[in-house]
Design a protein around this ligand. Structure first.
Ligand code: UDP
Length: 415
């Protein structure tokens, strides 16, 4: 299988010095040097759509600039395979899914096909999420170092799916989870590494007001009333209908508008169905704008997030929720579901507001819409919190240390 061309970050590693300081970047270069000669081969299931692709498209070029030969391949799967892996995804998040024996077999069959077709050239095979987890079967033949990177909240998984995957996970040399609360009892070294955002990417960099205006004009959005925005793939777990319900209740007393902006991911077969339901639910309300955003429209997402008065991320389950850090970095007040990795980013009443229900979301929306000063204070705190904890430079450092630790077992590697 050919390595495909994917969107590459254009930033230079030195450009980050203005944000995190020169010594931080020097340290990254020293760590990178110690891995020179090793190939890090990332393997996941899509180049576009969702947080994993988002992070890899920025991390891989930055690794290369640090002298680490990082590359990225995706596995090939059929529609049916991605339906099964979406069920796995939901089941790992705790949803009651029934997976048939045929579906487990199909999962294994597609992984076997990729085992035959994929070129395993990495010194470290860095496998992301459940879709390609069974590629570990290759380890018996080729050896090398294998790391499984889990981006899902597996703190309360469906037992059948977890037991099935566990058989593969146990063969890895290390596993990385996004949050301490996701860690599991497994006989494998575990690393806790939060995802991150790239502050210099098109999605997060500063953009001029004219760029924001032109995106608003393109989508027919006015700035005459407060704008509540949620950016998410159309997925039940992001609870778009719950956001509409909360918005409609707030709207009875406070004039405002809602923007649900999202796209689809090639490894997520459910999104069209969810999008249709959302469109139907929103029909007839001119203050609800459902925007289908094509992949790669990073400036548009950036502009919508910056135009927002309040950002929502009312997820019911979440791995990390990159959109939260994206919004906080832009100094936006955020209201988000208290699930998965979101509480790492939102410290309630300090860097944003957490909600546990539609009623909670309604209360938080009213509070922020009527108190812009408080909203601004939360946003400013959020910016500092992201700067300290969720920028890509921190994730580069964590990954470099994790990779190095594979070659120095027994040594203490400080993350
Ligand atoms: N995103 C995007 N366009 C969309 C919807 C989402 O670019 O239409 C981006 C979003 O800005 C974020 C990523 O996709 O960078 C989603 O990551 P997150 O962790 O929030 O959720 P996931 O989709 O991985 O569950």
């Amino acid at each position: 299988m050919e390595e495909e061309i994917y969107r590459q970050s254009k930033s230079k590693i030195e450009d980050y010095e203005t944000i995190v300081g020169r010594s931080y970047i020097e340290e990254l270069k020293i760590l990178g040097d110690r891995l020179s000669g090793k190939i890090i081969q990332n393997i996941n299931s899509t180049y576009v759509g969702g947080g994993v692709a988002e992070i890899l498209s920025h991390l891989v070029p930055l690794f290369n600039q640090l002298g680490v030969d990082a590359r990225w391949n995706v596995i090939q799967g059929s529609d049916k395979f991605f339906e099964v892996t979406k069920k796995f995804h939901n089941a790992l998040h705790g949803k009651d899914e029934k997976i048939s024996p045929e579906e487990f077999s199909l999962f294994l069959e597609i992984n076997q096909r990729n085992l035959n077709e994929l070129n395993f050239f990495g010194d470290i095979l860095f496998v992301h999420d459940p879709q390609p987890v069974a590629l570990i079967a290759k380890k018996d033949e080729i050896g090398r170092k294998w790391v499984w990177r889990c981006h899902i909240d597996v703190s309360n998984p469906n037992q059948e799916v977890w037991d099935f995957l566990r058989g593969f996970i146990h063969d890895y040399d290390a596993v990385a989870f996004s949050s301490p609360s996701f860690s599991r009892q497994i006989p494998v070294s575990q690393f806790l590494i939060s995802p991150s955002i790239d502050p210099l990417s098109d999605k997060n960099k500063e953009i001029p007001p004219e760029a924001i205006d032109s995106v608003l004009a393109k989508y027919g959005l006015g700035q005459d009333k407060p704008m509540i925005v949620q950016v998410s793939r159309f997925d039940y777990l992001k609870d778009p209908i719950g956001v509409i319900n909360a918005f409609e209740r707030v709207k009875r007393n406070i004039d405002c508008q809602l923007v649900l902006a999202g796209g689809t991911a090639s490894d997520d077969p459910e999104s069209e169905k969810v999008l249709n339901e959302v469109m139907e639910r929103a029909a007839g309300n001119p203050d609800i704008h459902i925007l289908l955003i094509p992949p790669g429209s990073d400036i548009e997402i950036n502009a919508l997030q910056r135009a927002a008065t309040i950002i929502m991320q009312k997820s019911l389950k979440e791995g990390f929720g990159l959109t939260v850090s994206e919004a906080l970095w832009k100094r936006k007040p955020v209201i988000a579901g208290a699930v998965g990795g979101i509480p790492l980013q939102i410290q309630h009443r300090f860097t944003g507001l957490l909600c546990y229900s539609i009623e909670g979301a309604v209360y938080a929306l009213r509070q922020l819409l009527t108190n812009p000063e408080y909203a601004g204070w939360l946003g400013e705190n959020g910016r500092q919190h992201v700067k300290q904890n969720f920028l890509i430079t921190r994730q580069l450092r964590d990954y470099l240390l994790m990779f190095l630790s594979l070659y120095y077992p027994g040594d203490v590697v400080q993350l």
